[in-house]
Design a protein around this ligand. Structure first.
Ligand code: PHE
Length: 343
């Protein structure tokens, strides 16, 4: 259009704008925006040309330009709202909600296999009259070793087995036996205690974890013999593994017992016939035990001439592995739901 007649040109643009079709979708809307409001769009171009309009026609031209701009912007705005509304309506229509479908069932937790085995063992001994005691997991050398009759240079104190805390004179207890001392110091004799808890050793492979669980058991009384120990353990093993389970004692050494023994149970997996787990021997080692050493009684303030006792310590993970046929201890601590759901 001729620039000589700007008002006429504006009038024609106004006519064009007033009869624009309503954009049906995003694409048409974008095209409209570009065509009129874009940098090179019609409205922008006429605004640029306003400076060539003769002074006499300026007011009229300015008013027309404003009307055009308002008309296009208004159309764009209405179209935006309408298109958005249609999109939402379409979404609602396509969405399908079936109120009769069953809901998602809540998941119920269950006891971790280690906790379950621990609870079961504690129950068995509680039933025999043992009281439950716990001790601290951060221990002193005094309670973990010295009062338990470990000589100063005993290899078990070695850095390789024992986790030492930095900055304080403490270690992570390597066994539950320090509870023997703590309970005797607290209650004196006679005493029958079961002490479950976590213990720590710097060791890790398929059968060793740096943290594992033990249950300590001990009885302090008059005239306690190795027969009492054997009878107690036999009763426990029958309750835990079944009436056919047998035990046997092998001589062994622990500084805090004399005599000391390692106790085996007849293989629960093959019925003592011989298998891979019991290495064809028919027996599985499950615990350490013995008669409480007189030095230990003295260290805990109990007169070794008046009292005697037996003690044993068993590893929970080992019993749980045998009971459930688990061949890698690490499975207990990885918290893989596929593993845990099986119990
Ligand atoms: N405390 C020993 C250990 O950790 C086990 C044990 C306890 C042995 C009581 C004898 C008596 O291996």
């Amino acid at each position: 259009m001729a620039a000589e007649n700007p008002v006429e040109r504006l009038l024609s643009l106004k006519g064009e704008v007033s009869s624009l079709p309503f954009p049906a979708d995003e694409k048409e809307l974008d095209a409209l925006r570009v065509k009129y409001l874009g940098k090179k769009g019609a409205v922008s171009v006429v605004s640029q040309e306003m400076r060539h309009v003769p002074a006499a026609q300026k007011p009229e031209a300015g008013r027309l330009l404003q009307e055009i701009r308002t008309a296009v912007e208004g159309l764009v705005e209405r179209a935006e709202t309408e298109i958005k509304r249609n999109r939402v309506l379409r979404e609602i229509e396509n969405e399908f909600f079936d109120a009769t479908l069953p809901g998602t069932a809540p998941e119920f937790g269950s006891a971790h296999p280690i906790s379950a085995v621990m609870d079961e063992i504690v129950d068995i001994f509680s039933g025999m009259g043992f009281q439950v005691e716990e001790g601290p997991e951060t221990e002193s050398d005094l309670y973990n070793f010295e009062k338990l009759n470990f000589p100063p240079e005993h290899p078990a104190r070695d850095m390789q087995d024992t986790f030492r805390l930095t900055g304080v004179d403490k270690i992570l207890r390597t066994h539950t036996s320090p509870v023997q001392i703590r309970a005797m110091e607290k209650y004196g004799a006679p005493l029958a205690v079961i002490a479950p808890g976590k213990v720590y050793r710097c060791d890790a492979d398929v059968t060793h974890s740096p943290m594992f669980h033990q249950i300590e058991g001990f009885v302090i009384d008059k005239d306690i013999t190795m027969g009492d120990l054997k009878g107690t353990l036999q009763a426990f093993v029958r309750r835990f593994y079944g009436q056919d389970a047998k035990i046997r004692f092998r001589p062994s050494f622990f500084p805090f017992v004399e005599p000391g023994a390692e106790v085996d149970v007849s293989c629960v997996l093959c019925g003592a016939k011989g298998c891979r787990v019991c290495k064809n021997s028919g027996w599985l080692e499950i615990l350490g035990a013995g008669m409480v050493h007189p030095n230990v009684l003295s260290a805990a303030g109990v007169d070794p001439n008046a009292w005697g006792g037996f003690a044993f310590g068993l590893g929970i993970e080992r019993l749980a592995m045998l009971k459930y046929g688990v061949d890698d201890i690490r499975l207990f601590f990885e918290n893989d739901m596929r593993f845990l759901r099986q119990f």
